[in-house]
Design a binder for this molecule. Structure first.
Ligand code: 9MR
Length: 556
């Protein structure tokens, strides 16, 4: 680990599966060709021409692509280009992303709230419990007749959202959907995988045990009196950079809202389906989830336009969103798949617009993807065709953008948002959805290329996953990593990545500020940088999905 001088040859630092597409990016204007040399005996095993150098707006530099696709024998190699230092070594092998997918899932365990992490699971990152959340105050914004302001509820467990210690329903929405989709799409990958959590070895896959940790918390965020769902469970202001047990501020549930209710309804409907297979270990839980989903949906029907408005005395993450058609469409799709009731499919058709790359605020694609996954449950060929065509149109758009891009990725300058690493992975996830429908190899290759970007084939030369790669983030904005006295950050966590809006620039002035304003270079490996170097559950989830997808789908 550790980010040192940026190499001139950029590669996926975890390497490649033998039959995968394999690209490297070379910062050069003179060289025309490349060689791949084997570690050990230094034999040249592949020669090729570099592609014509091209400009790339997000980083303002010319680069050339080296296509190493012909390299399919397992081994360790380096890339040689005249006039440049040899590349870092890279691997070609079976299973190169298995540990990554497991570690990305384990990242959720490391962010569990309200429990101690034991050394047998957490190793050096063992820590005491914090934030029990068994006595949480109802904030004035959430007051009701049965739960007036100042009354106390219990909503323990769940995951800390990110580098901060608060718990947000809306952001749990896309996160749970993505993790449960990883289970639904790649059960073979996750069924026997032991990631070393307290529940490992029981009759349930670790992915679903870990997901239940947050689902159980989410269930407690629903008001039993009316089915409405609180937007978040939070301090009034962010905790300092201390370990969880040292953060003792009062906790509140804050304002019910339409987005929280619908995200909750969608997640519980999907979870009710998924956990039905494991009913013996979760007695009564699927039925409880279904009832919770239906009540939240009913609440949203009665309150179709309640955006979250941050109260004056609350300063933590807002996750505010004013448009709810995508949330309605997503929840309707999941409720249709759970219940088979035609009214939900009509609601989907009323609210849905063509899918786009999902984010916490734009969740429409999650509903489209679920319908595509279970299209056998759709009533006729017309709607089956429409769902498949909508997903394919998005995958096609992303694949063609990637094909024409100097770095062979689908990231346009405007994709370098807060959490750009996850934007890249969510693009990959939609390419995978397309690939699952029609097995177009260019979709899989484009998804691989997105993963390559995240794992080091980028202008910063950094693998954005802590502990996974030769050059990785060391100073993520993550309170436990900052406060635990261990130099290496908690492993398996995805840094948000370059974000040219630099909303934290004042907080990072003392650390020397950002090195560049260019979209793909606007990143600092410093814990001052919550806008470029934080971690978050909704970012780690597509890392789980995409690493498991590439590992599972690439032909052997
Ligand atoms: O990921 C969120 C990003 O889209 C928003 O622009 C940003 C500012 O509102 O907030 C991000 O989410 C943060 C949340 O508000 C609080 N916990 C940490 C999240 C990741 O930085």
């Amino acid at each position: 680990g550790g980010a040192s001088a940026t190499p001139a040859i950029r590669l996926n630092q975890l390497g490649f599966l033998p039959a995968a597409g394999k690209l490297a990016v070379v910062e050069t204007v003179e060289a025309r060709s490349f060689e791949v040399v084997r570690e050990g005996d230094a034999a040249v095993v592949l020669r090729g021409d570099l592609a014509e150098p091209a400009d790339w707006a997000p980083a303002g530099r010319r680069v050339a692509i080296a296509d190493l696709g012909g390299l399919s024998e397992a081994g360790r190699y380096r890339l040689r280009v005249e006039g440049l230092p040899l590349s870092d070594p890279f691997a070609v092998g079976h299973g190169v992303y298995s540990d990554l997918a497991a570690a990305a899932l384990k990242g959720f365990y490391f962010n569990r709230a309200g429990t101690a992490l034991q050394a047998m699971h957490a190793g050096p990152y063992a820590r005491a419990a914090g934030h029990p959340d068994t006595e949480v105050e109802v904030h004035a914004s959430a007051a009701s007749t049965t739960r007036p302001a100042g009354s106390v509820i219990s909503a323990p467990g769940g995951w800390y959202d990110a580098g901060d210690y608060n718990k947000y329903v809306v952001n749990s929405g896309i996160t749970m959907s993505t993790l449960l989709a990883a289970w639904e799409d790649f059960p073979g990958f996750f069924r026997e995988r032991d990631i070393g959590i307290p529940e490992s070895g029981d009759a349930v896959p670790d992915l679903l045990d870990e997901a239940w940790w947050n689902l159980r918390w989410m269930l407690a965020m629903q008001d039993p009196a009316d089915g409405g769902v609180y937007h978040k469970l939070t301090n009034l202001r962010f905790d300092g950079a201390v370990m969880p047990e040292a953060a003792r501020e009062r906790r509140y549930v804050v304002q019910k809202g339409t987005a929280a209710a619908l995200d909750f309804a969608a997640v519980m409907a999907q979870a009710a389906r998924v956990y039905a297979e494991f009913e013996p270990r979760f007695p009564g839980v699927p039925a409880r989830m279904r009832a919770a989903a239906e009540r939240a949906w009913a609440w949203a029907q009665a309150h179709p336009d309640v955006p979250y408005r941050q109260p004056d005395d609350v300063a933590t993450g807002a996750y505010g969103d004013d448009g709810f058609d995508d949330e309605f469409a997503w929840a309707a799709a999941e409720l249709f798949l759970l219940t088979g009731e035609a009214a939900y499919l009509r609601a989907f058709e009323r609210h849905a617009v063509e899918p786009d790359v999902p984010s916490w605020a734009q969740v429409g694609a999650l509903g489209w993807s679920s319908l595509a996954r279970h299209r056998d449950r759709l009533p006729d060929e017309a709607i089956r065709g429409r769902v498949a065509a909508a997903i394919d149109a998005l995958a096609q758009r992303l694949a063609s953008r990637s094909r024409e891009d100097a770095w062979r990725i689908a990231m346009a300058p405007e994709d370098f948002v807060w959490g750009s690493s996850a934007q890249a992975l969510n693009q990959a996830m939609m390419l995978v959805q397309g690939y699952r429908l029609n097995a177009r190899r260019d979709y899989l290759d484009a998804a691989q290329s997105q993963l390559d970007y995240v794992l080091g084939r980028n202008p910063l030369g950094v693998s954005f996953v802590t502990g996974h790669g030769a050059r990785t983030p060391m100073r993520i904005h993550h309170r436990p990593s900052q406060a635990d006295g261990i130099a290496e950050p908690v492993p398996g966590l995805l840094s948000g990545g370059p974000n040219p809006r630099q909303q934290d620039r004042d907080d990072c002035a003392a650390a020397g500020g950002y090195p560049s304003k260019l979209p793909a270079l606007s990143w600092i490996d410093h814990d001052c940088s919550y806008a470029s170097n934080e971690i978050a559950i909704n970012w780690n989830a597509p890392l789980v999905y995409v690493s498991a997808a590439i590992q599972s789908l690439t032909p052997a």
